[in-house]
Design a protein around this ligand. Structure first.
Ligand SMILES: Nc1ncnc2c1ncn2[C@@H]1O[C@H](COP(=O)(O)OP(=O)(O)OP(=O)(O)O)[C@@H](O)[C@H]1O
Length: 258
């Protein structure tokens, strides 16, 4: 892992080449991903949008190396992905904190498993997500937003080069979600990792991402790949953002009246 003197991590570039994937269900093969090719440059923030069940989470699992694609190639900085690695961290909608571990012990989990705790890095990660003072709290003592922050600190503690987010804010109430969107953006800008995020919220994708990729219904293939060339901090009422929102909804098969 390459770390710069200011604590930023060199972001990872991802290349997907002709990815096909599917599952055998009840004896019949069900295609889930069909011929997906994407180049994600180091430091990009890419949002993936598509109909429910089209294969977005499956694609994230393949990028994370949690399972291999049936065909095609996934390269991380030009090196084939053959399994999970500490440079590619996945964060799911459900924070999945261990109830018997404090916030601090949850954040320290991967380091404890590896047998090398870095107390300064753990404190920095907790501080980064605004949970200072709650290190000794138990998961049941946290709000939904705080639990998601703790999960984010756990994801960030080892300086990932790629953060893979599967609807990380999906279960939060709308106000907490707005706060977390701002924090995610701040962390990405400050730390400089690459982000690949699945969301169902077109507005969220447009507020955060440098690029929005839309997928067809299952089996997922790329419908559109749109660069969001708007400066931060973006405003949800910006007419350029509203135009892009309409364009993306039309690409996803929704009426222009939305
Ligand atoms: N391990 C598996 N075994 C069999 N089928 C699977 C498996 N994982 C996913 N699928 C199937 O693959 C398809 C795509 O699922 P996936 O979770 O990737 O979709 P998604 O786009 O993330 O959906 P959502 O937006 O609703 O979360 C679904 O039909 C699902 O049933």
């Amino acid at each position: 892992m390459v770390t710069s003197p200011v604590g930023q991590t060199a972001p990872l570039g991802i290349r997907l080449r002709g990815i096909h994937h599917g599952y055998r269900i009840g004896g019949a093969f069900q295609p889930v991903i069909q011929g997906v090719s994407l180049d994600i440059a180091p430091g990009e923030f890419v949002a993936l949008l598509g109909p429910s069940g089209c294969g977005k989470s499956t694609l994230l699992r393949l990028i994370a190396g949690l399972e291999p694609p049936r065909s095609g190639q996934i390269l991380a900085d030009g090196v084939p992905v053959t399994g999970p690695g500490p440079d590619r961290i996945v964060m799911f909608q459900d924070p999945t904190l261990y109830p018997w571990r404090t916030v601090r012990a949850n954040v320290a989990l991967s380091q404890d498993i590896a047998g090398r705790r870095d107390d300064a890095a753990i404190d920095a990660a907790i501080d980064m997500v605004g949970l200072k003072g709650f290190e000794r709290a138990w998961p049941h003592q946290l709000s939904g937003g705080m639990a998601q922050r703790a999960a984010l600190a756990r994801a960030l503690v080892n300086d990932p080069r790629l953060l893979i987010l599967d609807e990380p804010l999906g279960k939060l109430d709308s106000l907490t979600r707005l706060t977390m969107q701002t924090e995610l953006l701040r962390l990405w800008q400050r730390r400089g990792f690459t982000v690949i995020m699945v969301t169902h919220d077109v507005e969220e994708a447009l507020l955060l991402a440098t690029r929005v990729v839309t997928f067809s219904a299952r089996p997922a293939s790329v419908l559109s790949d749109i660069a969001i060339d708007l400066p931060y901090h973006r405003h949800r009422d910006d007419p350029r953002l509203l135009t892009l929102r309409r364009e993306i909804l039309v690409r996803l098969g929704h009426s222009e009246d939305w």
